[in-house]
Design a protein around this ligand. Sequence first.
Ligand code: FAD
Length: 366
Amino acid sequence: MTPAPRTAVVLGGGVLGTSTAHALQRAGVVTTLLTRGEPADGASGRSLSWLNSAGARSEAYHLLRTVGIDRYRTLFAQDPTRAWLRFDGGLWWSTGADEARARHTHETSIGYDSEALDPEQVSARFPGVRAAAPAVHNPGEGWVSLPHLIAHLAGEFTAAGGTLRTGAGECAVLVEDGRAAGVRAGDGSTVRADAVVVACGASTPAVLAGFGVDLPDASPLSALVETEPVDSPVRTVLNTPRAALRPQPGGGFAVDHDWYVEQIEERPDGSCALDGKFVDELLAEAGAVLDGTPLEAARWRAGRKPIPADGEPVLGELSAVSGCHVVFTHSGATLGLIVGELIAHGVTTGTAHPLVAPFSPRRFGC
Ligand SMILES: Cc1cc2nc3c(=O)[nH]c(=O)nc-3n(C[C@H](O)[C@H](O)[C@H](O)COP(=O)(O)OP(=O)(O)OC[C@H]3O[C@@H](n4cnc5c(N)ncnc54)[C@H](O)[C@@H]3O)c2cc1C
């Protein structure tokens, strides 16, 4: 039997890598977190980060997401005044009444807190929101600002003795005799460890390809616009046919959608361009949802959103390289806390937690 790891190295300073490093250090594993640039410089820095398990999905994924929300509830209860983690519910509507009815019926059938509202009820209950169709209200949902959460977790991680190394460049996993032995940083230096966790967001398949593991990838381009602070009473997350919005800690909103994705141009260095007219159009759509509130862009950022080929999370140890664990998933905001905890369980015990077992990379032969 392989002895329990005493040291670990985690690659990737997004929410999933930071949360995993935090959980490992707390479990007594001496952990180093290495990231290419600054923490939150990937998808976690440009995420809508709506905390939810709305809509239809597999049972195992729904369970993982609801447990994920539970962990945020615990964090929220420790300090309900945090401006970067709020539970003020979510509102969703589509273009017609049938979609809302079907969604509400499904959510009710699985015990997800769900309420059907007509547009007049939305206006009366949610000042500042103008719904264009019958809506679904999910009172248990919330949102988080991932850069704030990452700073919080990284602070606790380093206070507990963990080592955070930023600006580490393109890191690669060291594999010796079919086992992960540590990582090599961009400057050629190495960090040896008993276990390695790869949490590099949309770059995860490329990092695994570096040692011959082929993880099927469907990470699309995406863009998030942050607005200037604005005077609005709206506190809920809003998912609507042409704009999704959530409040920002300092006032204003984070806004995204997918109708303009084909207009995003990705350059060879990974940076992205998007014509400003699409940013303006998105904010016009968002302003209409906010009862005509004019919105001004403070900044926007684009890049790849990590999504595995079958849309389900990839969580756990590789069969091809023992001691190398992978975290690659969409909805990493909702899963941010729970996945770190469960991956740390797998690393320390050598056994996948039952909640993540259905998401093993082994389903892809990895
Ligand atoms: C526009 C958008 C909207 C979203 N909306 C939601 C939502 O509403 N709800 C929800 O739950 N989720 C949502 N998500 C998904 C969620 O934000 C992501 O799943 C999550 O942020 C991914 O975190 P991560 O840690 O895996 O990756 P990232 O945040 O991308 O972090 C990966 C890190 O690894 C580093 N890295 C990469 N390669 C290397 C290397 N070779 N060596 C060292 N470091 C490396 C990167 O620099 C980066 O810092 C959204 C995402 C986007 C982009």
